[in-house]
Design a protein around this ligand. Sequence first.
Ligand SMILES: Nc1ncnc2c1ncn2[C@@H]1O[C@H](COP(=O)(O)OP(=O)(O)O)[C@@H](O)[C@H]1O
Ligand SMILES: [Mg+2]
Length: 180
Amino acid sequence: MVIIISDPKPYTVIKRNRGEKGLLIKKIPATKDMLEFGQLIGNNLRPGHLIYLVGRLGAGKTTLVQGIAQGLEVKGYITSPSFTLVKEYQGRIPLYHMDVYRLDDPEEFLDLGFDEYIHGDGAAVIEWADRIEHIIMEEFLRIEFIVDANDVRILHMKVEGKEHLELVKELKKNACFGGG
Ligand SMILES: Nc1ncnc2c1ncn2[C@@H]1O[C@H](COP(=O)(O)OP(=O)(O)O)[C@@H](O)[C@H]1O
Ligand SMILES: [Mg+2]
């Protein structure tokens, strides 16, 4: 299902490219489906891709990143970088896994130079991205996790920018997207 939305945001935008906007919705019934969807993303990630993950504790953000790492052929197990803020993994391309939950001040993200990862040679995935997305807005795939009464995860995905739209096109080609 594709719904085109126009979504003016009250953010302080420091970087922004005009891109295409759309919202996709996908249901994820179980953990294995989250891993599978992550793998599909990982299979298609390219350097410069940036994924924002937004959702409450236990929503499945780290689980999705574990799938992404599998898709990128990262060896070993992915754990949450809550205390270190960023972890780097070597796969088909580098994976920068960030968790900005503990940032006291979102501006720290820039002060600590984390924006460098976003323009690096790998792909970056940021948990709790809603804490920083008002300062970093350019091209991205934003995935918001909603947990329904049956524990089913509903992903709301929004994409901005040509490179990320290409990523979404690849995802949509896959049968894994079939269930809507
Ligand atoms: N449909 C689902 N998708 C993802 N995780 C699920 C799902 N159903 C149950 N879970 C469980 O919920 C937990 C999610 O934890 P985690 O991925 O660490 O969340 P977060 O990083 O958002 O805090 C895991 O224990 C996972 O097995
Ligand atoms: Mg997590």
